[in-house]
Design a protein around this ligand. Structure first.
Ligand code: HEM
Ligand code: NAG
Ligand code: NAG
Ligand code: NAG
Length: 476
């Protein structure tokens, strides 16, 4: 009796499910004929292929979800994730087209939960002429001239200061985060590491955690905690900004991002403290996890590839020897690290901390014979291009030497492209190079235990990469 009931119930379920699928299929094929969306499957009603996406990334393959669909439908396909039909692109040319046409055909698109965390006056959420102006302001604060003349000294000093306290077993990911936070705080606000900054960083880590509970943020404790932490961070920074305004009125000049924001006052836009704080918070967010994870993964890839580590060590020991008694790294030193730049590029290519970016079509857009209808969500996967065998030979292997032969890496976009290209790209490269220099010339290390890469929801290692360090005895 019970079995019978169950049977009919399951029959009913199967029938209604297939009806739903039938209608779904009809509507998609019909609408596809009209608009010719890229091919693909939009999965179940509402949830789409979200669960396939999430469960796919539990494997060690960095791009399981995209790989499976690219081989079935081609490098531009349609799916349905996180509540919305989304066109995915794993094609370099299409990605460049999408990113270059920011503001004309597409615009960046963040879920509301993210907007609440970064703040509404963040560069990430700005549009149009305000965005152009603030993006270029950020660039001119972080370009190579400024780094050379101004930041390099601090980057060098703060990296060395942090390494001074390393002995025995350390969690590399935690150390890299601490270094990155201190660097950014110095560059934005001229604040040196202290108890206050370490407390601020703890609040910050809570804010960052909020980014990774995306699917159902409003039900999540982590998310609510992140919002509260953001409020405390904002209050702390508000005090700093207010104090600095008063200092400035007394004629004290400083050379940092905050000064640049104050100085841009008097143009067509006047920034209030609230806007300035939002802006600073979002710069801290954007540079923090990205740079520190890249540092950690560079070390992991090198540790797993001894021949690359040996060559890098040779390069840096030479620089160190040429400097004689001075420990501080200079711009000319940075400019004479060709193999280091290969290692940096290869790490960025393989790990791509920002695996891709979301955009929304602001008009009907024709791409590769398909039409992406106005309002559609688009995901440009930067990493899938970096990992495509047609773009890089043996694409999933860490091979820094490949960069000795690449002259025009058009399919290499770890920092995005177009008007929203990462304004911190140069800063991140310098920080990474300086970090590698001091690490390699001062320490030898080995992994404290086995640790694996994971790729979802962010790229990182499972155990924050514990290593055991030992001082090398090379010239002080
Ligand atoms: C390895 C380190 C980094 C990586 C891989 C990285 C990657 C990226 C990518 C791919 C974008 C493009 C987002 C989009 O197109 O929507 C971006 C934007 C951005 N990045 Fe970075 N980034 C890094 C470090 C930094 C640093 C150190 C800063 C701090 C100055 C920073 C600040 C920003 C900001 C403010 C944006 C938003 C730009 C806009 O929307 O106009 N990033 N980053
Ligand atoms: C960097 O920005 C400064 C202004 O902050 C500008 O004077 C300089 O020319 C820029 N340098 C480069 C290489 O773009
Ligand atoms: C780079 O190119 C040269 C000449 O084409 C070749 O001999 C060499 O093996 C290549 N190196 C790598 C790392 O691919
Ligand atoms: C690293 O990549 C950049 C493009 O992002 C390129 O301009 C540079 O030449 C590359 N460096 C090396 C050593 O190949």
């Amino acid at each position: 009796m019970i079995t019978m009931e169950l049977f009919s119930l399951s029959l009913l379920f199967t029938v209604s499910l297939s009806t739903i699928i039938f209608f779904l299929f009809r509507t998609t094929t019909a609408s596809r004929r009209k608009t010719r969306l890229p091919p693909g499957s939009i999965g179940l009603p509402l949830i789409g292929e979200t669960f396939q996406l999430i469960s796919a990334y539990k494997t060690e393959n960095p791009e399981p979800f995209i790989d499976a669909r690219v081989s079935k439908y081609g490098s531009v396909f349609t799916t349905h994730v996180f509540g919305e039909r989304t066109v995915f692109s794993a094609d370099g040319e299409t990605n460049r087209f999408i990113l270059q046409n920011e503001g004309r055909l597409f615009e960046s698109s963040y879920p509301g939960s993210i907007a609440n965390l970064v703040g509404k006056h963040s560069l990430l959420l700005m549009r149009g002429s305000l965005h152009r102006r603030m993006h270029s302001l950020t660039m001119s604060f972080a370009n190579s001239t400024i780094i050379k003349d101004h930041f390099l000294v601090d980057i060098d000093r703060l990296v060395r200061l942090n390494l001074d306290s390393w002995t025995g077993r350390i969690l590399l990911m935690e150390e890299a985060k601490k270094i990155t936070f201190e660097l950014t705080l110095k560059q934005l606000l001229s604040i040196d590491p202290c108890e206050w900054s370490e407390n601020l960083r703890k609040e910050y880590m809570l804010v960052i955690e909020g980014f990774f509970c995306i699917p159902l943020p409003f039900f999540s404790l982590t998310y609510r905690r992140a919002i509260q932490a953001r409020k405390r961070v904002t209050e702390a920074l508000n005090l700093v900004v207010g104090e600095r305004r008063r200092e400035r009125e007394r004629g004290v000049k400083k050379n940092d991002m905050l000064a640049a924001l104050f100085d841009s006052d008097g143009g067509d836009v006047v920034f209030h403290d609230e806007e300035i704080v939002d802006f600073l918070v979002s710069l801290l967010v954007a540079g923090y996890d990205t740079t520190s994870t890249t540092m950690t993964l560079a070390v992991k890839f090198l540790t797993d590839t001894p021949s690359a580590l040996a060559q890098l060590q040779e390069e840096h020991d030479k620089i160190r020897a040429n400097r004689g008694t001075s420990v501080a790294l200079e711009w000319d030193d940075y400019k004479s690290m060709p193999f280091t730049q290969c290692v940096v590029n290869e790490t960025l290519r393989l790990s791509n901390i920002i695996s891709g970016v979301f955009r929304r079509a602001i008009t009907d857009v024709k791409i590769k014979g398909y039409t992406i209808p106005k309002g559609s969500k688009v995901f440009t996967s930067l990493r899938a291009v970096h990992l495509g065998q047609e773009n890089f030979k043996d694409a999933r292997v860490f091979d820094p030497w490949r960069w000795q032969n690449i002259s025009d890496p058009i399919n290499f976009m770890p920092f995005g492209g177009g008007p929203r290209k990462c304004p911190g790209h140069e800063l991140a490269r310098v920080a990474l190079s300086v970090f590698l220099h001091h690490l390699i010339t001062r320490f030898s290390w080995k992994p404290a235990e086995e640790d694996k890469l994971v790729f979802f929801p962010t790229t990182r290692t499972q155990k924050r990469y514990p290593i055991i360090v030992e001082c090398r005895n090379v010239g002080g």
